[in-house]
Design a protein around this ligand. Structure first.
Ligand SMILES: [Zn+2]
Length: 352
């Protein structure tokens, strides 16, 4: 007998418990902003049936600058050759929302991110959550009484109740085609324990910014038509019957507070570092002359603020938000920690 029998295959090691191993690479690309111990304070909404002279109405002119590639899916996938001559060698491309060859960030996408941020830094109800109803903490159920609305529902609207601000689509300032890459991401896992505390929703989830999105590498994924770095978009946001504190809180959300600089996160690919945009408020148009406002659709040209006067006014509004304690200082600190920009954070490579 010789001793050259093949070595039996080594027994596979038993599977390790999948208990969220804490390694350098498995840090989460998001953080929860905890819900306050205090519950949303609901009150009668001011309404939009007429302009109220003691409240603020007008328009914010905004410029958005893409800092990490941003993709808002249109739901359409085309052959690269159908899109442009530059992409003719790419078999399939997911198409972004656009119009006349220019990319668009739909008003609804902007409203979504701005609303959820406003909710997180005010004492507002949990709207549009995927969590089970039973998991919503006491007092945080979505507003359903039109006579009593939380701070966010007052401004953004509630079921059957129109809000006080409206969003236009943001349109790219130039035609600048850019093809990126979107890996296959995990589906969101709303049942993950980390979202809950004693069986109740613990907070609202926000993704960190990253220096740049993950590269294609070896990952499975699909090419996407994206808004590339430094592409700018312009848009306008109309508001009516807001208090100074409400408009101030909106400006904090838009990153206009010099003590709380942050960028927004828009569109798909948030876990892998996509969708970072900074907002610049270029002009506020106010309609002080309400009589003319009813007679004339256009605001008179001399009724706007820009430059230093605008900066001063922004501070005044933000101060009002703090004075009236509309913005919750703890939640704002959390948001600043997550969304501060610029960042030194790397997108996690093995997230998906
Ligand atoms: Zn509400």
């Amino acid at each position: 007998m010789t001793n050259n029998r093949p070595i039996p295959p080594r027994k596979p090691t038993p599977p390790q418990p999948i208990n969220e191993p804490v390694t350098q690479n498995s840090f989460k690309p998001y953080k929860l902003i905890p819900l306050s111990n205090k519950t949303p304070q609901r009150k009668h909404p001011v309404g939009q049936d007429r302009y109220k002279s003691q409240l603020l109405s007008g328009k914010l002119c905004l410029k958005l600058t893409v800092k990490t590639s941003t993709f808002v899916a249109s739901g359409v996938v085309v052959m690269g050759s159908d899109l442009s001559s530059r992409t003719k060698n790419i078999p399939l491309v997911k198409v972004a929302v656009g119009k006349d060859e220019k990319l668009i960030i739909p008003g609804s996408s902007l409203k979504g991110v701005i609303r959820s941020t406003y909710e997180a830094i005010t004492l507002s109800c949990l709207c549009k959550t995927k969590a089970n109803r039973e998991a919503i903490p006491n007092g945080y159920k979505e507003c359903n009484d039109k006579q009593k609305l939380c701070p966010a529902c007052q401004v953004f609207g509630a079921m059957g109740w129109q809000g006080l601000i409206s969003f236009n689509d943001a349109i790219a300032d130039e035609i600048k085609p850019s093809i990126g890459f979107m890996p296959s991401l995990h589906n969101p896992r709303p049942k993950r324990d980390g979202y809950y505390l004693n069986g109740k929703v613990a907070g609202r989830k926000f993704y960190y910014h990253a220096i740049k999105p993950v590269d294609k590498g070896q990952q499975q994924g699909i090419p996407v038509q994206q808004a590339g770095n430094e592409l700018t978009f312009s848009t306008q946001l109309q508001f009516m019957n807001l208090t100074k504190a409400e408009l101030g809180t909106l400006l904090i959300v838009l990153g206009q507070d010099k003590n709380n600089n942050f960028a927004l996160k828009v569109g798909g690919g948030k876990p892998i570092g996509m969708g970072t945009m900074i907002v610049e408020l270029t002009k506020i148009e106010r309609c002080n002359d309400l009589k003319n406002r009813y007679l004339d659709y256009c605001y008179s040209e001399n009724d706007f603020l820009a430059g230093d006067k605008l900066k001063q006014y922004i501070q005044e509004l933000i101060q009002a938000s703090h004075n009236e304690k509309l913005v919750q200082i703890d939640a704002l600190k959390e948001l600043k920690e997550i969304w501060k920009y610029p960042t030194t954070r790397e997108a996690p490579q093995d997230m998906y």
